[in-house]
Ligand binder design. Sequence first.
Ligand code: ADP
Ligand code: UDP
Length: 231
Amino acid sequence: MEKGKLLYEGKAKKIYETDNPEQLIVHYKDDATAFDGKKKGKIKSKGKYNLEISNIFFMLLEDNDVKTHLIRQISETDLLVKKVNIIPIEVVLRNVAAGSLADRLGLEEGTELNRPILEYYYKSDELGDPLINRYHISERGLSTEGQLKLLDILGFKINNILKDYLEERDIKLIDFKLEFGVDSNDNILLADEISPDTCRFWDMKTDKKLDKDRFRRDLGGVVEAYQEILK
Ligand code: ADP
Ligand code: UDP
């Protein structure tokens, strides 16, 4: 499968057309950004690690009847996927308070939540991805009520699957972000990626951070953390 026209270059990936209008090639870059793109850098081999890590999670989810955009890997850093219309809502699932939730609720980072929390953010670089609720989603027509109900069900289901899988490998799933899209048959598919760029992973025994917070907060050992998660 050959790369066609570059359709979009994002902060972490490039999206190419293919000769099949229903399929895209996603190229994973080594570029890293944080704080709405204000902090920029490169993480050596990040593209390769994120693609592999994300594939492992997507295949695990497929095995558990979650439909995803995954078709097949075509090189170390290139992935063939089903093209979807991305629903412009970032669905965030949280098991432990960290990042913006810790700030918003005045919780100490690392506080176990009584039950998982699901949040929606409006996927808009221009607006800085603000936190939104069902009324905002309806007002802006970002999804239908039916789609949103499915996003909730899928969000909690994916959290259960990933949390259990990672727990068995001594990793705590603190929080993560999901994106969904609609394919040409009106199916809702999990799209984008699940990787240390989009999740918080802590070592179960030491609470060591094994994700992009090492880059965001200048903690060092960024590449090693991504390698550890892949392992
Ligand atoms: P950003 O847009 O936030 O800078 P990326 O660099 O990761 O992020 O760019 C990847 C883009 O591709 C995102 O906008 C994402 O929503 C989109 N995308 C991911 N999977 C698919 C897919 N299967 N079909 C269409 N678009 C997708
Ligand atoms: N996240 C993401 N993309 C975003 C915003 C958040 O992948 O544009 C992920 C982030 O890596 C974390 C979770 O969503 O795993 C919750 O992030 P939070 O709201 O705490 O924001 P942050 O502290 O990262 O700004």
